[in-house]
Design a protein around this ligand. Structure first.
Ligand code: NAP
Length: 392
């Protein structure tokens, strides 16, 4: 990694959106997997809001980082103003600051800027249409402006385009994890897709390796956009049925709901929820349903450009299927602790006796802990004594 900011030992990096699914994985990588290379800062939206140009400028100016990564986005169903400010002017202002500081900017975009079809390449972008979602429109606008700034303002940036992301730590339960949730919660009675509908998937665990490599090789990656997806597309119906089979559930039944029926069902549900709000009950449909039509159309991205680059996939054997058991355990444990899943039968409990004692007999836990688990940590005590002797 080359430093534009002098001879600091540790490079300083900034990740906007560091509490999110992608940002969290990146921050975690530099902290845990590659410690001692980067001092990664991840200001929350409260500290630095991408809606506020001054926030961005002042923060980056005072820190003078060696690079900046942006994984922040407004909620997928945000209104036009929020989507425009967070997803478009935010990245634009980060890019302006990065160009002023002459540091690399790694930007994230989405397959929402691409058309349906198979083997879609980086350059195959959609055109603007009035019916486009605020999310897709703002992401496309950001892509275009960054490209423009690279050509006209010497911006050193790379755009990484993701498809359906899978990985741990999705605290908002979005995208693929929402689908997994719906199957696990048995709230999907039938198949809301057709057979032979394929999509591309992006493995969030591999992403930080790519970013690290791109930061180390700016000449090769600067000014370019890359699709970041697993090479093999995945059939949606097969994925749903695999999750169902892992969980040993009866639903969804293998009845394929045609798109017009699903679309009408969504409309009816929307009207019913509107009625419920009139009597004071607040409920809403998962925001992913705005992409219902994508369950019924194939979109697979080509990863040829990245495969032909100098980046080497650190885990070529990994796919969404190989990660499925681990992700199911992780998310179901999490969701059942949060009382989000009602139908789940607690198969993944790690220790039933502790749970029972906690509920019915907490004194037994206290007794056991007080017996042999309250002594000060030995290693810390020794280390502390050593330091006290050394420094007096
Ligand atoms: N997840 C997917 O399936 C998927 C698919 C395709 C593309 N992508 C792209 O990948 C990137 C990361 O997505 P993600 O799934 O990791 O998102 P996410 O989990 O929803 O996280 C969003 C992040 O944005 C931050 N944020 C929201 N409003 C902000 C504001 N006004 N100022 C500063 N930060 C703000 C949030 O921070 P606070 O919590 O502090 O508010 C949060 O850390 C995005 O560019 C997205 O378009 C994701």
């Amino acid at each position: 990694m080359t430093s534009s900011q002098g001879d600091r030992k540790l490079r300083i990096g900034v990740t906007f959106g560091g509490s999110g699914l992608i940002g969290g994985t990146i921050v975690n990588y530099f902290k845990i997997k590659r410690p001692g290379i980067v001092d990664m800062r991840a200001p929350s939206s409260k500290k630095v809001s991408l809606r506020d140009c001054r926030d961005i400028r002042e923060y980056l100016m005072s820190l003078k980082p060696d690079f900046v990564i942006n994984t922040a986005i407004a909620n997928i169903d945000s209104d036009s103003q929020l989507a425009f400010e967070v997803n478009y002017t935010g990245p634009l202002n980060i890019a302006r600051a990065a160009a002023a500081l002459k540091i690399p900017y790694i930007h994230f975009s989405s397959a929402a800027t691409l058309p349906a079809g198979t083997d879609i390449e980086e350059r195959d972008r959609v055109s603007f249409t009035p019916r486009m979602s605020n999310y897709a429109k703002s992401k496309l606008m950001a892509e275009k402006s960054l490209e423009f700034m690279s050509e006209n303002e010497n911006l050193d940036y790379t755009c990484i385009r993701l498809a359906v992301v899978y990985g741990s730590h999705d605290h908002k339960i979005q995208g693929f994890h929402r689908l997994m949730f719906a199957v696990a919660d048995e709230s999907m009675p039938f198949m809301f897709t057709r057979k032979n509908i394929y999509h591309s998937y992006s493995n969030s665990k591999k992403l930080p390796y790519l970013i690290h490599h791109m930061l180390d090789n700016r000449e090769e990656f600067s000014g370019k956009t890359y699709n970041f997806v697993d090479p093999e597309p995945v059939e949606l119906s097969d994925l749903i049925l695999s999750i169902k089979s892992y969980l040993n559930l009866k639903a969804p039944r293998e009845i394929y709901v045609p798109y017009p029926v699903a679309r009408n069902g969504k409309r009816i549900m929307k009207s019913m929820l509107r009625l419920l709000t009139k009597i004071g009950l607040k409920a809403s449909l998962p925001p992913e349903l705005m992409f219902l039509n994508s369950f019924y159309r194939t979109q697979t991205l080509s990863c040829k450009k990245l495969q032909e680059s100098s980046f080497v996939d650190p885990m070529p054997e990994e796919t969404i299927y190989t990660r499925l058991p681990e992700m199911i355990t992780y998310y179901l444990t999490r969701w059942s602790h949060q009382n989000l899943i009602t139908t789940f039968d607690d198969t993944f409990e790690f220790d039933k006796s502790i749970k029972d004692d906690f509920k019915y007999n907490p004194e037994a836990i206290l007794e056991a802990i007080h017996h042999d688990a309250t002594a000060p940590f030995v290693e810390m005590t020794e280390e502390n004594q050593k330091q006290t002797r050394f420094y007096g």
